[in-house]
Design a binder for this molecule. Structure first.
Ligand SMILES: Cc1ncc(COP(=O)(O)O)c(C=O)c1O
Length: 367
């Protein structure tokens, strides 16, 4: 969709990345780290100061204390952390429960490890987890479940009760949790992010994964981290050592320095909620129906009230939107292995207000 957007000069609300600059202080910090000579390989697990900063942040926000020496590894983005977790923990023939719709790397990663994917749909319409279906998917071969909250693409957020139910479900099993928490700092309306690190029972069986790219508006830097109990992290590092080995040194030093001030990430819910509200207010002037957006920087819309588009599948609708209206979106069907259709498409509001307003003007003119 990004290529199509470019070809048709569409405003790209498809792919999830900010179109605004990161804090200049962060760029300065990278440049300072380079000038200070931090340009060679760092330790395999990551620059100690950054691992310490991550441990301190998790302890302050969620209450779980990870040992930066043995329980935290800096990765080349969350995508690498997810792949590494799966390659380290999933063995040929193991099953991994994946809740659909989901981020597109999970399935291929499980297949690379020789695992089998057990797909469980989130409830169509609400995208809430259906614990009866999840329970039915868990069996003797289940090695892990991947949980993503705040959720891409649906923008739903798991509640404390959801996490309690997950913990109860897994209690009699040895099933591990791969917790994709890349949007951890984008939870709106006063709700709390329910990290696995808030739930001791879940933390004991989880790899928690996050992304500096999402948190600090630098998706192109591809730096993230994984945190897990030492026994799991030891396995994680065996894979990390022989595929990535180490991650960009000056960026790690810069992030460590930048994280001394928590305000940039503590301010993110208000920052993105304002964009969400601006975008949703504009969408109300169209015939698109905005689904709830509780977290992340995505807004799903339903086009079921547009009779002239009912014969279009989601891809067809996104194609029309991109080429005819000039706004790119992503079909939800792209997040399902079987291409499940529900007349819902995903838009990204991590954009300058001017970009959102320009997109809304185009949408209002045609819908
Ligand atoms: C749910 C989810 N997980 C992981 C990632 C990847 O994060 P990173 O850019 O740090 O690899 C994304 C990025 O879109 C995502 O939406």
């Amino acid at each position: 969709m990004s290529a199509l957007a470019q070809e048709h000069q569409a405003i790209n609300l498809g792919q999830g990345f900010p179109d605004f600059a990161c804090d200049p202080a962060l760029v300065d910090a990278v440049s300072r780290a380079m000038q200070a000579g931090h340009n060679q390989y760092p330790p395999m697990a990551g620059v100690p100061a950054l691992r310490e900063a991550v441990a301190a942040k998790i302890a302050a926000l969620y209450g779980h204390v990870y040992d930066p020496g043995t329980e935290i590894t800096i990765t080349a983005g969350a995508t690498q952390a997810i792949l590494t977790s799966i390659l380290a923990l999933v063995h040929p023939g193991d099953e991994v429960v994946v809740l659909e719709p989901c981020y597109d790397s999970y399935g291929p990663n499980i297949e690379l490890a020789g695992g089998r994917i057990r797909r469980v749909p989130l409830t169509p319409g609400s995208f809430r987890p259906d614990f009866a279906l999840i329970a039915a998917a868990i069996g003797p071969r289940t090695r892990a479940i991947i949980v993503n909250s705040p959720h891409n693409p649906s923008a739903t957020v798991w509640s404390h009760t959801d996490m309690e139910r997950l913990a109860a479900l897994l209690r009699p099993t040895n099933v591990l949790v791969i917790a994709d928490e890349v949007y951890e700092h984008m939870v709106f309306d006063g709700e709390l992010h329910q990290s696995v690190a808030r739930h001791p029972e879940l933390a004991a069986r989880s790899v928690l994964i996050s992304s500096f790219g999402k948190t600090f508006h630098v998706t192109g830097w591809k730096v993230g981290y994984a945190a897990a109990p030492a026994s799991l992290m030891a396995e994680f590092r065996k894979v990390h050592q022989f595929n990535v080995f180490t991650v960009n040194t000056p960026v790690q030093h810069a992030l460590a320095a930048f994280m001394a001030d928590p305000r940039p990430y503590l301010g993110l819910p208000a920052y993105y909620a304002a964009k969400r509200d601006r975008f949703r207010a504009g969408l109300e002037r169209t015939a698109l129906r905005a689904l709830p957006s509780e977290g992340s920087y995505f807004q799903c819309v339903d086009y079921a009230d547009l009779p002239e588009h009912l014969d279009r599948d989601e891809f067809g609708f996104c194609h029309w939107l991109t080429t005819e209206v000039g706004v790119a979106a992503i079909p939800l069907s792209a997040f399902y292995a079987d291409g499940f259709e529900q007349r819902v498409v995903r838009l990204c509001f991590a954009k300058q207000d001017a970009t959102l307003d320009a997109a809304l003007a185009r949408l209002t003119a045609r819908l």
